[in-house]
Design a protein around this ligand. Structure first.
Ligand code: CU
Length: 164
């Protein structure tokens, strides 16, 4: 954009008048301003197109305390990917399993000792530790999260994600 014209070596030699150069200096910021405004509008349109129903990603902190989930109910919009950060403040181990009824039934009768986060929405949380797992909620409805260690569901270690 900037063009530098070589001046004659002698300072008093006749050359171009300063007037046209001053105009060019003004033109540069004006063009940059227009470019910035255009990019801003385009950026806003891109964000709107990518998020038709609000934020698509969310972090939810869940505390395990006295063999209960806090909170025991959260609400998300369909299409949201939730990153669960789960803090076990109890002196005993817990787990968080989120999924449909078939998933929960499988965990009620199965004997999987550990969930190290390979499966989305299934994670063990040893006593006094914190773990994370990510799960995407696509369809409207109610999706449970449950601790399936023996006796914990019956004791009330159950929560629900209200997707709507
Ligand atoms: Cu538990």
């Amino acid at each position: 954009m900037t063009t530098t014209r070589l001046r004659p070596s002698h300072p008093s030699a006749p050359g171009p008048r300063p007037q046209p150069r001053a105009r060019a200096v003004w033109a540069v910021p004006a063009l940059l301003l227009v470019a910035a405004l255009s990019l801003g509008a385009a950026g806003a349109l891109l964000v709107l197109a990518a998020r038709p129903h609000g934020p698509a990603q969310r972090t939810v902190v869940i505390t395990m305390h006295h063999t209960h989930f806090q909170p025991a109910e959260i609400r998300v919009e369909p299409g949201t990917t939730v990153r669960f950060v789960i803090r076990n403040t109890d002196p005993i181990d817990h787990e968080l399993i989120v999924g449909d009824e078939a998933v929960h039934q499988r965990h009620r009768v199965g004997r999987e000792e550990r969930h190290d986060g390979d499966v989305p929405g299934e994670v063990s949380v040893p006593a006094g530790t914190e773990a994370t797992t990510t799960f995407r909620f696509d369809e409207p409805g109610r999706v449970a999260y449950i601790c399936h260690l023996p006796g914990h569901e019956a004791y009330g270690m159950v929560g629900v994600v209200d997707v709507r």
